[in-house]
Design a protein. Structure first.
Length: 549
């Protein structure tokens, strides 16, 4: 017993690690600080842009008003939710299948403003940056992985969605980012749960879930025996990857894939053939006709916007991402977009590409990992090797795939970054970021995002205040979301025969001055009207006798 009592006293006197030290140690082992900082920075930029568009009264999207009114209905526990902006008495449960938006109700109850939805979207998009950057840094090296994270955070898929404000697909982005990376990291059950939740975001994502399930099952079958795993990036031949996948029964993973394929297909069919028609005022799935009427192969092949979108996607994949089987996840979304008859589906603008962003980043990472597994490490200069072998090893680890196949990796990363920069530069986010003021940058909406002066912003706020609450308001696209709390709001082009007692118009869209608005609404619905406020082009008029006048 060497040391005897003294040793015992020393052990007894040793301090247990503090809770702070335990948390710090856990964070060091489980958290990628660089990826976390990148995600935090992305969120800060997304949030500032969203706040700017809100206070600047830059709203190009009809949907921002619709989802604000939906959140207002959920906050008031009004089921089913009647969203009159879509049309008087319109039940939004019959439009798209998005039960996940029930989560916006409590948020709107706490923060009854359309800005709350923009903040939520900024959080969800910012969150998604972390798993993408962490996975890329771990799989292809710190330097190339960080560049992939930057390309993802700046991608046109995310920035274009921010420009047109809140949509339900905001929830899909982190589910895809966390789910796809979890699967490729070998956390299969967690990934399956996350991917399965996509069916509750929007009906078409059931097809994406089904596609994921098919890919997972096929890759698991292909990897039986341990030579290549279900994650698809195990082809680097490392003992760790082989051991991990060999220990896992491929039949179990194939079963998870088969379940997800059936789950996604079942929910897609249930949503489009049963649930949506049951709640739809016309008893149908409204978007089926858009697909059928768009099946014109000649126009699809000749239409330049589709080719432009494909070019941006291939560049974002760095071309090498096409060798990843996970690039096939892009196909369901691209299929319904390209056969649709809505020209906004075909471009990289609007929100339709947001769900593609995490798929592209994961496929790029996986493609680079596959290329790196076959590459040969480029040796450092002999003097540098001899002087600091440990530093040389650390440098190789940081460079990752750039050290194994420098030309291919550098070209792929450059293409991905160029795609993000050029794509974002073409939308309103890039316009705002470079100081060009206009946050929309669309042909038909070029004046929606034009920077408002302090006087104009004050006029807009005065209009919202003058509208009050408890009113039946007719508003334009710009003003709808601002006057939703406490009111029944209709869009100026879809109010039908609804009773209107207040009109709120912005200084955009050529509505004219107060007298012209009074004349217009009198001709449309009759009655006697008067001007409530008219400042800097923002006009509010009310029906006589409804506001105490």
């Amino acid at each position: 017993m060497r040391g005897g009592p003294a040793r015992e006293l020393e052990v007894r006197g040793a301090r247990a690690p503090s809770r702070t030290a335990v948390v710090r140690a856990w964070a060091c082992n489980h958290c990628d600080t660089t990826a976390l900082l990148l995600a935090a920075g992305a969120f800060a930029v997304y949030m500032f842009f969203s706040w700017y568009t809100w206070v600047n009264f830059s709203s190009p999207s009809w949907d921002q008003g619709i989802f604000t009114q939906l959140a207002d209905r959920y906050a008031r526990r009004q089921f089913p939710p009647i969203v009159d902006i879509k049309g008087p008495g319109f039940n939004l449960w019959g439009d798209h299948f998005h039960p996940i938006l029930l989560l916006t109700g409590p948020l709107f109850w706490l923060w009854p403003s359309g800005l709350s939805l923009l903040a939520l979207q900024a959080v969800l998009f910012g969150m998604s940056v972390y798993p993408i950057a962490r996975f890329a840094r771990a799989r292809v090296g710190a330097v190339p992985g960080t560049l992939i994270g930057v390309a993802y955070a700046a991608s046109w898929g995310l920035t274009s969605a921010l420009v047109v404000q809140f949509h339900e697909i905001a929830f899909a982005v982190p589910l895809l980012a966390f789910g796809l990376t979890a699967w490729l990291e070998g956390r299969y059950r967690r990934a399956a749960v996350l991917i399965s939740l996509l069916v509750f975001v929007k009906e078409d994502l059931g097809l994406t879930v089904a596609c994921f399930g098919v890919l997972a099952a096929l890759l698991s079958w292909r990897g039986r025996g341990g030579e290549a795993g279900a994650g698809g990036a195990a082809e680097d031949g490392s003992a760790r990857q082989r051991g991990s996948h060999g220990a896992r029964d491929w039949r179990e993973l194939a079963g998870i894939g088969a379940f997800l394929a059936a789950w996604g297909t079942a929910w897609f069919l249930a949503a489009t053939q049963v649930i949506l028609p049951a709640f739809n005022n016309s008893g149908q799935w409204d978007y089926a006709g858009r697909v059928r009427e768009g099946l014109d192969l000649a126009s699809m092949l000749l239409e330049p916007n589709r080719w432009g979108t494909l070019c941006y996607i291939v560049a974002a994949l760095g071309i090498v991402g096409l060798r990843s089987p996970w690039a096939a996840l892009l196909l369901p979304t691209l299929a319904w977009r390209f056969v649709g008859d809505n020209p906004y589906y075909w471009t990289i603008l609007w929100h339709y590409s947001a769900v593609l962003a995490p798929m592209i980043a994961v496929a790029l990472t996986d493609g680079l990992a596959r290329a790196g597994a076959r590459g040969v490490v480029v040796p450092l200069p002999e003097a540098q090797e001899s002087q600091a072998p440990s530093a040389a090893t650390a440098q190789r680890d940081a460079l990752g795939v750039l050290a194994r196949c420098p030309r291919l990796a550098a070209a792929a990363l450059a293409l991905a970054l160029i795609s993000s920069v050029l794509g974002t530069a073409s939308n309103g986010f890039g316009s705002w970021l470079t100081g060009r003021s206009n946050t929309q940058q669309y042909v038909y909406f070029s004046d929606y995002g034009a920077s408002q002066t302090a006087e104009q912003r004050e006029g807009a706020r005065a209009a919202v205040a003058a509208a009050g609450t408890g009113r039946h308001i007719l508003a334009d696209v710009v003003m709808m979301a601002y006057v939703v709390p406490g009111n029944t709001v209709y869009w100026e082009h879809s109010y039908g025969g609804a009773y209107i007692d207040t009109v709120v118009f912005s200084n955009r869209l050529n509505h004219g001055d107060g007298a012209q608005v009074v004349a217009w609404i009198t001709a449309k619905v009759g009655g006697q009207w008067h001007i409530v406020t008219e400042e800097a082009g923002y006009v509010v008029v009310a029906r006589d006798g409804t506001d105490g006048r």
